[in-house]
Design a protein around this ligand. Sequence first.
Ligand code: ADP
Length: 396
Amino acid sequence: MKDSILVINCGSSSLKFAILANAGQTTLVEGIADRLGSSESSITFKYQEKKSIVMLDEGSHKNAVTQVKLWLNAHADIEHSLMGIGHRVVHGGEAFTKSVLINQEVINGITDCSKFAPLHNPAHAKGIEVAFELFPGLPQVAVFDTAFHQTLAPEQFLYPIPMSFYREHHFRKYGFHGTSYRYISQRLAQISLGSDQQGVLVAHLGNGASTCAIDHGQSSDTSMGITPLEGLMMGTRSGSLDPSLISFISHAENISADEALDILSKKSGLLGVSEISNDCRTLEEAMASGDQRAKLALDMFAARTAKHLASVATTLKSIDHLVFTGGIGENSSYLRQVICNHLKALNINIDSTLNEKAPRGAEYDITANNSNTTVWIIPTNEELMIALDTISLIQH
Ligand code: ADP
């Protein structure tokens, strides 16, 4: 039966993939090709609980997809079950408000958005072209990180700069993690009936981190902007700050504005403050052994996350639910606790015991008795969303 979807997520130097069957519920095989563009690239396949690694002679996206195709040739039953390919695309600009079946016009549209995502969108376009070449006849679908936020009102998405920048260059807030937020919104509506008629806050906290307010199932505000640099403090990104700092840093260090921006993007956030790591787990271990820099970085992360939750909440009529998701949101009881400590004025309270004992990888309600808002941990599943969109567009 043709019921499986190949999900592809092409990054600038990596390519993640998964094949999902049974309406996206079963992962048959998954893997990642990384260090693409270098001579040390390899691709890992995880199949039936076992991992295998293949070195790539030439670390290109094309070579990575070719290896997936070769693996499928050796697993003919899975190859024959493929009904389509779903691609994660970071930036869809204002052109894409929902997932679409890919044709040449769509590839051109994705390429047009490259100015806002110069590392990602060209890689997506390349991945799509290679997939068409290697899997001729399989329909392909693009699922955009930005699409869910196209429902923002102008007073939320416009920057207070001369309007000509928006008119002529489309400089505005786009927001990201949209596929994750859409999944969380739909999943919450299944486990808490009626939540799609209420106000929901979501904190997607991973290496990249953002917040989103969802009003009646639609995004009403989000913390990331024209790029994923705005908003929360992240693994290596500073998040929002006074834009004058770019000028101060470039003068102080005698570097260009672009180089200063690179520091805000790659050397700031948890890494920049702690001077230890961008990784939350590593910092929690350092904090547990008494490292004050790690504690400061984590506490700043929590304070800023709370601030951006409160900020996007201004677009809601009520805060009925708060959901934590992403690697940090799902796993760090410390950060969930400190974030919620900052939200007491909004009557958001969690039960410390429930928070501590939340089982890994499960959906869990950690609300305290005295909370106005129900607080959840819900593991995100962007691959499932991409597979479901792909199935739905192919079948219509
Ligand atoms: P990405 O944005 O790359 O998809 P993830 O959602 O995978 O990121 O989240 C990665 C982050 O989650 C890292 O900072 C990692 O340390 C953190 N994380 C994962 N597991 C744990 C854990 N058990 N405790 C604390 N942090 C964790």
